[in-house]
Design a protein around this ligand. Structure first.
Ligand SMILES: [Fe+2]
Length: 347
């Protein structure tokens, strides 16, 4: 049995929906406008919200936007009479969990949607709990490591390995949240190591590049999914949230005693050689070499990949972009090494 809020300005539709859902054993609350529905939601905290789209006194867009902000864990299903594709896409982007068109000729569709939403909400709760437990485990391991760090080198090494395992688990959690970012991290790591190799860097620096490449976007775990996957332009507040992934990644990794500057490279991977990057606007060689290498690998891999808002460039066009921006976005020495990597890959 679920507690369901039905928002619709047409009494006849509310009544038929209510009767059907009550026959199925659910408890139903009714509201005649978006504003009334939001107020009722706050009092009753139902499990699911069904909302009409076009209503006086606060429409379905208002309901969806409000719910995404106040109770993103509660499924909101839009039932619209217009059946417009643009409207459906807009509501889903705002945070609606599903979109149905009315009149509902087959009321069983409503019953099936209730079951589907309950299952989906439960899966999301489980995933969030899993993520929280991983974060707490990482935090605990970090604290243990600090306790042991003086005079317990063997233990330090063992705990460092455990931390790396824990971070792999965080990466797995990130894959659940944003499959593109997790795959992107692996590919960036591989390209960064190739560039480091072409520059003649030693094993330790290459290890740092591998770890920093794998973890460079781990901070996106703290960025809302709807912003990560947004297909339209980001507003200024969303840009700030996306950019916070570098400081978020640094916070996650900063306490771990990696042999090399992994956390610092993660923090600086969006700095630009000409000083126009973030978070600190560092320029030239004040940016860590590992971060300058990551910047080349990161942008090249991103340009090659298809994203929700654009198709990927071909490898040649992506490489040309890197070459043209040597001395501006990218470190010239790193671009020279990148050219070597590209020419080797074509040989
Ligand atoms: Fe990034």
């Amino acid at each position: 049995m679920a507690r369901i809020l039905c928002i619709d300005d047409e009494p006849i539709i509310r009544m038929s929906t209510r009767d059907y859902l009550m026959d199925m054993g659910h408890e139903v609350f009714e509201a005649a406008s978006g504003a009334e529905g939001i107020a009722l939601f706050r009092r009753q905290r139902p499990d699911i919200v069904f909302s009409d789209l076009r209503m006086p006194g606060g429409d379905g867009f208002l309901v969806v936007a409000h719910m995404a902000e106040e109770a993103p864990e509660t499924p909101v299903v839009i039932i619209s009479g217009t059946g417009s594709l643009d409207e459906a896409v807009k509501t889903l982007r705002l945070g609606a969990w599903d979109y149905l068109t009315k009149p509902l000729h087959d009321m069983d569709l409503l019953g099936q949607t209730v079951q589907r939403m309950l299952t989906k909400a439960s899966e999301r709760r489980d995933a969030n709990q899993y993520l929280l437990s991983l974060e707490s485990r990482t935090y605990t391991l970090e604290r243990e490591l600090h306790d042991w760090i003086n005079g317990h080198q063997d233990t330090v090494l063992r705990l460092e390995a455990a931390l790396k395992t824990s971070i792999s688990s965080l990466n797995l959690a990130l894959r659940e949240k944003d499959p593109y970012t997790a795959g992107h991290n692996e590919r960036v790591a591989s390209i960064a190591v190739d560039i480091g190799n072409a520059m003649g860097l030693g094993d330790k620096a290459q290890d740092t590049l591998m770890l920093a490449g794998r973890l460079h976007d781990i901070g996106k775990i703290g960025v809302p999914q709807n912003i990560l996957n947004k297909r339209s332009f980001l507003n200024p507040d969303e840009i700030v949230q996306i950019r916070s992934h570098v400081t978020g990644g640094y916070r996650i990794l900063g306490e771990i005693p990696f042999e090399g500057p992994v956390a610092e490279a993660v923090l600086q991977h969006h700095e630009r050689y000409d000083g126009t990057g973030y978070p600190d606007g560092l320029a030239g060689e004040s940016i860590l070499l590992e971060a300058r290498i990551l910047a080349v690998a990161d942008v090249y891999e991103a340009l090659c990949s298809d994203r929700p808002y654009r198709a990927g460039l071909g490898q040649n066009d992506a490489a040309d972009y890197i070459f043209k921006n040597a001395g501006k976005h990218f470190c010239p020495q790193c671009v020279d090494a990148f050219k070597l990597v590209i020419s080797r890959s074509k040989a």
